[in-house]
Each structure stands twice: as structure tokens, then as C-alpha cells.
Design a protein around this ligand. Structure first.
Ligand code: ATP
Length: 608
């Protein structure tokens, strides 16, 4: 079964297969009856709609129950602009797409602030609003009577660049448009922009910690998704020549979502298969006459029960079509991993600090979690931050990395005050952190997760990524090469292509630290990276942390594993109840009475 799914993944992943299908459909359309051409045209619309929601929901993780709204805006914009304002069809199409992209961008501003049920309800509200406007704004949309007489093949008045389109011409134009959109979407999803979408879906906090501006990513996802649904709407207007509000109700939004889910969200091929099934199925179900919707409902229930990851998930390997995998593997083949940096001594203790924390405090509703902590992290030195549970170590990392606002004090990174700045900006400036519970993209491979560390260094604009501009490919190849080096250092090269969720826990910790190395930070904050690691994994972790030190990074290590800390750190700071109780070296710490009483527990043994 696995061999079959692997083979299917290879076959369906071939761009030549897509080209062959497009060419075959192009010629076949000239040989078949009109009804079939119409059905194929609807298939193109459904593919665009299903991909549009796939990008927003399956890839960027933003559920939408109002996609029919974008479809309606695109359709009415094209219909009104061509019919009432005499604008040419191609220009109207471009304007309709631009308008829906702008609406998507604007919708992201409120929608980007909410999640899950609230987001579902907000987007359903958007869909309802569009539906009601279509119904009530009768001077423009024709209201419930609808807008008829839009240029279409049926009326023989669909003129494009002086050429009158019949049904077959329109289908061919839709076929080419759909193929181009799919190609651009695939390229985009496989670039670092696409990885940012997946990262936001997996964990917004982790995305921020890699320098990904989640608000911007969501706005882009809404705008592109809106534009795709808008394009489908504009094409629909010219396909049918008539628009009525009933085509844009909530059921249309649900249908679009169902197509993408049944096909397989998060993949490129899934929504195509889902769209094909749901274009073909209603026709077949007509034999059940008045029972057809019952049968439809039953089929849906069975499909969701049996195909948990959609048709694509059943046919192929999981998430085979996402991210940079194919490209990464190709580039990796000619990559020679660099040897780990030679060990050097720690940097001198008197070099200027890369990170200065001064008098930092943080309260949580009356609880003082941090109470005036000061700390300096210098290049090429590893500082341990230790202390009993609840002493404020993670809070310090969260405040410094921008997840929590400080209640008081300063955080200065490389001479710049960063206290209170958003987490992604702090990461962009070179302060990278890991989490107590590793936060990775579960559907990504080890390589893809490591690559996410490089997000802050990518520069290619979205258009260049969608067009696979040579500069984008070069940038991507450089990053992949660096990811290979990081994996070699971390001993992860043997599992580079494994999905992270299929690997034991220890690997996830190492991958998260590898991701931090990939970011080429100036300052790294590691929150209990050794927890739960085996002896062999601890060895690899130590190599990675020493590599950070030897390449001049300032490292803060929160850790309870004293033997591990003893072996690698240069300086130690101990916290208790949000205050510093010790600063110095390891030996001094072990003998310090305050540390013994608060943390090391020897004092308690003495009492026993
Ligand atoms: N988001 C929050 N809301 C309320 N209280 C919090 C929050 N985060 C931390 N605290 C509290 O702040 C104090 C310090 O917690 P913190 O997690 O920083 O300790 P820690 O030293 O990292 O502990 P551990 O070693 O168990 O991770 C604790 O009393 C904790 O309950």
C-alpha cells in the first residue's frame, strides 16, 4: 500500500502530467457535446474555488465559511462592469480580481484577530453580508430578479480582443487560466512564503519566533484566496450570462469547503480531485429524483468517515505536495555538508554584551513573576539560567522574545531597545528562541522544519516566488544547502525527509535547536532543550550549543539537567521567585548557600 501511495505521489507530482491533462482537455473539448463542455467549464470554476479555500484554510489555517462572498463580488463586478459600464471583458476580469483581492485584504484585518469558531462565524457573517447586498442593492445587482444579459457564449456576445467566444473557446480560456493559477499557487506554496503560511497554521507563536509577521501572512492569504475565488466568480458571470443572489448563499460556501476537504486540504492535487468528484456527482445523483440530496448527504457522511485525510491523503503519501520537498531533494544531491566549526574557547567575558536586560519585571494580575532581573549575554559565551520551578525563567524568555510585554525595565539587543516590541520584529533583528514544548510544523519533514529557521533571511517577493524567478531559486538553494549543514551538525541528515510527527520526541527538540541555528541569530534563548533527551541525543545537543558559542552567538540556556549544564556553560545566573540570587560560575553556584537552600536542595537534605 505504501509503495502504491509513494508511486502515486511521484506520478501526481509530475508537472508534465498536468501539461498532458491540459492539452488533452483542450483538444477533447472540440469533439464533445455542449453539455459536457459546460460541465468541464464548471469543473474549472470548482477547481479554482476549492484551491482558493485550500490556500486560506488548508494551508494558512484560516477557516472560512463565507467564500461564496468573494465568488459573488467577482461575479457581480465582472457582470456590472461589462454590462452597465461597457468595460471590455479582459479589463473587467482584472478589475474583478483586484477588487476581491482588496476585499480579502480588508477582511483579514478583523478576521486575522480571531480564531476557530469566532473566525468561522465572522467569515459566515461576511458571506451573509455579500449575499444580502446582492439581494438588496437592486439598482446595481438587479436584486432578487438578478442581472441578466451579461456577455456569454449563449448570447453569442462574449467578445474578447475582437474575437467572439463560443462555449468551447470560453472553456479553453478557463482551462488555461486555471492551469496558470495552479502553477503559480504551487510555486508559491513551495517557496518560503508558503512555508510561512503553514507555520502560521501550526503555531502563530512559533511563527512569530522565526520572524514571520503573522498579520501580514494572513492578509496575504486572504487577498490571494479572495482573488482566486473572485476570478472564479468573474468567469462564472460570463459562463452563465445571468447572476441571481441564490447562487451565492451559505450553501455555496459550504460546498466549496466540502470539495476541498473531501479532496484533501493542504495539498495541491486534493482540491482538484474533490472538485472533479463534486462536479460529476450531482449529475449522477439526478436519477434519485427527490431523494438526491439525501443520497448526497449519506455519501458525504461515508466519505468523511472513511477518508480522514481526503482522497489525496488516501491515494498518496501524506502532504506529498506541500513545501519545498522536491526542490530541496534535488538541490541537496549536490550539497556537501560542512564539517562542524572547530571548537574554540569561550569568548572573553569583557566583550560588549549582545543582549542587555536591565531591571526587567513582569506581573500577572498581582503575581510578580519577574522582579527586577538584570542580565548580560556576551558573544561566544553560554550563560545558564537556572532556578526552581516557577522562579520566572520562562517568563524572562517570553518577555525578552516579545511574547509578553514587560511591566518594567529594558531589553537592549545589539544596542537597540527591543522591550515591548512584537515577537516577529525581535526575531527579525536576530534574537531567536526555542520553546519548552517544541513547536514545529507537524506535517513538515525535518528539512522543511529546519528551513523555517531561515525565514528571516529570505528576500524574494511573492511574485518572484510564484514565477520561480532565478533569484528566488538561488536563494532557496542556498538556504537548502545551509539546512543540510545544520542537519549534518545535528546528526539529523539520516531523517531529513521524514515527517516530523513520525519521529520520536528527542528528534523534535534537536530539530527546534537546529532551526534556531539555521536562523543565524546573534542571541539564542534555549528553554530546557535537554528535557527528555537520551544520552546520545544530549551529546548531539551539546555539539549544537557549542557550535552556536564557537560561531560567536550569545547563548542563554535554561536547564534543570545539572550535569549537562556543568559540561557546557561559561556563566550562571540563578533566579528564585523572580529575583536573581546568584551570578558567577558553576563551582561558586554549587557552594552558594542561597542557591543550595532555594534550588539544589542540599539544605533540605541536611534538615532531613
Ligand atoms: N501567562 C501567565 N499567566 C499567569 N501567570 C503566569 C503566566 N506565565 C507564568 N506565570 C506565573 O509566573 C511564575 C513564573 O513562571 P515561569 O514559567 O516563568 O517559571 P519557570 O522558572 O520557567 O518554571 P519552570 O522551570 O517550571 O518552567 C509562575 O508562578 C507562573 O505560574
Amino acid at each position: 500500500m505504501n509503495a502504491f501511495r509513494h508511486a502515486m505521489a511521484r506520478i501526481l507530482g509530475q508537472p508534465l502530467l498536468g501539461l498532458a491533462v491540459v492539452v488533452a482537455l483542450w483538444f477533447w473539448a472540440g469533439m464533445i457535446d455542449r453539455a459536457t463542455v459546460q460541465l468541464l467549464s464548471f469543473l474549472m470554476l470548482n477547481i479554482l474555488l476549492a484551491q482558493s479555500i485550500n490556500l486560506l484554510t488548508g494551508i494558512a489555517g484560516q477557516i472560512s465559511l463565507g467564500h461564496a462572498g468573494f465568488f459573488a463580488i467577482g461575479a457581480y463586478a465582472a457582470g456590472v462592469l461589462t454590462k452597465s459600464h461597457g468595460i471590455s471583458v479582459p479589463l473587467a476580469l482584472i478589475l474583478a480580481v483586484a477588487l476581491t483581492a482588496a476585499v480579502g485584504w480588508l477582511l483579514a484585518i478583523p478576521a486575522g484577530r480571531v480564531k476557530e469558531f469566532y473566525l468561522a462565524m465572522m467569515t459566515a457573517g461576511f458571506g451573509l453580508l455579500c449575499f444580502e447586498i446582492a439581494k438588496e442593492w437592486s439598482s446595481v445587482t438587479g436584486g432578487v430578479v438578478g442581472l441578466s444579459g451579461i456577455a456569454s457564449p449563449t448570447l453569442r456576445n462574449l467578445k474578447v480582443l475582437g474575437w467572439t467566444f463560443d462555449a468551447v473557446d470560453l472553456f479553453r480560456a478557463m482551462l488555461v487560466a486555471t492551469a496558470i493559477v495552479l502553477l503559480l499557487m504551487r510555486n508559491l506554496v513551495q517557496s518560503y512564503h508558503g512555508r510561512a503560511f503553514f507555520a502560521v497554521q501550526a503555531s502563530e507563536i512559533a511563527a512569530g519566533s522565526m520572524g514571520i509577521a503573522r498579520g501580514q501572512v494572513k492578509r496575504r492569504a486572504y487577498a490571494i484566496s479572495g482573488a482566486m475565488a473572485g476570478l472564479a466568480g468573474a468567469l462564472y458571470a460570463h459562463l452563465v450570462g445571468y447572476l441571481g443572489p441564490d447562487s451565492f448563499g451559505i450553501m455555496r460556501s459550504v460546498e466549496v469547503l466540502v470539495m476541498a476537504i473531501v479532496g484533501g486540504m493542504g495539498t495541491i492535487v486534493g482540491p482538484i480531485l474533490g472538485a472533479a468528484l463534486f462536479t460529476w456527482l450531482p449529475e449522477r445523483l439526478q436519477v434519485f429524483a427527490e431523494y438526491q440530496f439525501m443520497v448526497y448527504g449519506l455519501i458525504l457522511m461515508v466519505i468523511f468517515l472513511v477518508l480522514r485525510r481526503g482522497i489525496a491523503g488516501a491515494l498518496t503519501e501524506p502532504t506529498r505536495f506541500i513545501a519545498v520537498r522536491a526542490m530541496a531533494a534535488a538541490r541537496a544531491a549536490d550539497t556537501k555538508p560542512a564539517a562542524p566549526a572547530p571548537a574554540t574557547n569561550p569568548g572573553p567575558a569583557d566583550r560588549p554584551a549582545l543582549l542587555e536586560v536591565r531591571d526587567l519585571a513582569r506581573n500577572f494580575a498581582g503575581l510578580v513573576a519577574l522582579d527586577g532581573v538584570s542580565l548580560s549575554l556576551r558573544p561566544g559565551r553560554i550563560t545558564a539560567l537556572i532556578g526552581p520551578n516557577g522562579s520566572g525563567k520562562s517568563t524572562l524568555v517570553n518577555v525578552v522574545s516579545g511574547i509578553y510585554q514587560p511591566s518594567r525595565g529594558h531589553v537592549v539587543l545589539d544596542g537597540e531597545e527591543i522591550g515591548g516590541k512584537p515577537d516577529h520584529m525581535i526575531a527579525q533583528r536576530g534574537l531567536i528562541r526555542t520553546f519548552q514544548d517544541p513547536r514545529l510544523v507537524p506535517s513538515f519533514t525535518v528539512r522543511e522544519n529546519i528551513l523555517l529557521g531561515g525565514q528571516r533571511h529570505f528576500r524574494s517577493p511573492m511574485l518572484a516566488a510564484a514565477l520561480r524567478w532565478p533569484s528566488t531559486l538561488r536563494e532557496e538553494a542556498d538556504m537548502v544547502r545551509r539546512a543540510e549543514q545544520v542537519m549534518a551538525l545535528a546528526g539529523l541528515d539520516g531523517v531529513a525527509d521524514q515527517i516530523i510527527d513520525s519521529l520520536p520526541y528527542g528528534y523534535r527538540r534537536l530539530v527546534e535547536v537546529g532551526r534556531a541555528i539555521m536562523a543565524e541569530p546573534t542571541v539564542v534563548l534555549l528553554d530546557e532543550p535537554a528535557a527528555g533527551l537520551s544520552e546520545a541525543e544530549l551529546g548531539r545537543l551539546a555539539t549544537m550549543i557549542r557550535h552556536l558559542r564557537d560561531t560567536g552567538k550569545a547563548v542563554l540556556l535554561i536547564e534543570h539537567h545539572m550535569d549537562f549544564v556543568n559540561d557546557i556553560v561559561d556563566d550562571v545566573v540563578v533566579l528564585d521567585s523572580g529575583r536573581e540570587i546568584y551570578r558567577g560560575d558553576m563551582r561558586g553556584m554549587r557552594e552558594d548557600p542561597a542557591v543550595i537552600a532555594a534550588y539544589l536542595g542540599v539544605g533540605q537534605n541536611d534538615h532531613a
